[in-house]
Design a protein around this ligand. Structure first.
Ligand code: AMP
Ligand code: FE
Ligand code: FE
Ligand code: ZN
Length: 277
């Protein structure tokens, strides 16, 4: 079984890279990709653990681009993680994340939810790890101000909610270009959550090579819809669970259960064939 979309404590997942790989092995996965937000900090530990448990680890990442004021999540695979251009893009992304979280924490404070953002930044932004809104959500939960991450997003942190601050960032074209020049392939993550279907032809022209057709938020009809779009646009197909959890609190917060959303070998081979081209 293949799952190409997984998060760890290097960004907003709940398991360390080694613990995630161990859980993946117990679940019966044999090819995985750790795709943390704007960082490759988890890959070394994941790679060691994968070697120990006989799992194939595909180099991966999920980079946030911005199009028309909306966050666009772009998955990268098979790239060289030490690539200098990629590293400098990611360093800038992580600095912008810290700045944005500070602005959102200020909003939260003015709304009556004081959060110790310095502690969040200090604890989470070491070793090239990245931080994001889920860290604020977790702080709100710890303070008794939210039931879980989803609740914190629904009331405070989501787009159009009072503590939300829009981000600035590179375009999809720039992100795809950096991934390709690092030898990788770029896939549009969970397109159904983005809602920019009319832009797909332009994204394909701008360097996007694949669509994430399989995802925990894609029911069969949605998967078929994006398979059709990918075929029509000459794009490859990727897929994965987008698991952020610890395997013990399934679905309550983010919908993903490990081992339930996988990618066919045929799609995986076609995706790999695009890398670096
Ligand atoms: P950020 O990277 O700071 O923009 O935060 C986005 C991350 O928040 C996503 O990658 C998800 O992991 C998480 N997220 C987004 N929406 C929700 C939600 N409604 N409930 C829980 N987590 C969410
Ligand atoms: Fe996430
Ligand atoms: Fe995403
Ligand atoms: Zn993700």
């Amino acid at each position: 079984m293949i799952d190409l979309h997984l998060h760890t404590t290097a960004s907003d997942g709940r398991l360390t890279p080694a613990a995630l790989v161990a859980l993946a092995a117990r679940t019966g996965l044999d090819v995985i990709s750790v795709t943390d937000h704007d960082t490759v900090a988890g890959l070394e530990e994941a790679s060691q653990a994968a070697g120990d448990s006989g799992i194939e680890l595909v180099t991966g990442i999920e980079i946030t681009a911005v199009e028309e004021g909306r966050d666009v999540h772009i998955l990268g695979y098979f790239f060289e993680p030490s690539n200098i251009e990629l590293q400098s893009l990611l360093t800038a992304q992580r600095a912008a994340r810290i700045q944005r979280l500070r602005e959102m924490a200020a909003r939260l404070a003015s709304l009556g939810y004081p959060i110790d953002v310095d502690a969040i930044v200090a604890a989470s932004s070491v070793d090239r790890r990245s931080i994001g809104r889920p860290a604020l959500a977790d702080a709100l939960v710890s303070a008794g101000c939210a039931v879980n991450r989803r609740d914190a997003f629904d009331r405070l942190l989501g787009a159009d909610r009072p503590a939300f601050v829009a981000r600035c960032g590179p375009s999809l074209a720039v992100v795809c270009d950096v991934i390709r020049r690092a030898g990788g392939v770029a896939s549009l993550a969970h397109p159904v959550l983005l809602g920019l279907d009319d832009r797909l032809p332009r994204f394909a022209e701008q360097g996007l090579s694949a669509l994430e057709v399989r995802h925990s938020e894609h029911p069969p009809s949605v998967e078929q819809h994006y398979r059709g779009r990918a075929r029509a646009l000459g794009l490859a197909m990727s897929g994965g669970s987008d698991f952020h959890g610890d395997g013990r609190t399934p679905a309550a917060e983010h919908g993903a259960v490990l081992g339930q959303v996988t990618l066919d070998l045929e799609d995986f081979d076609a995706l790999r064939a695009r890398a670096g081209s």
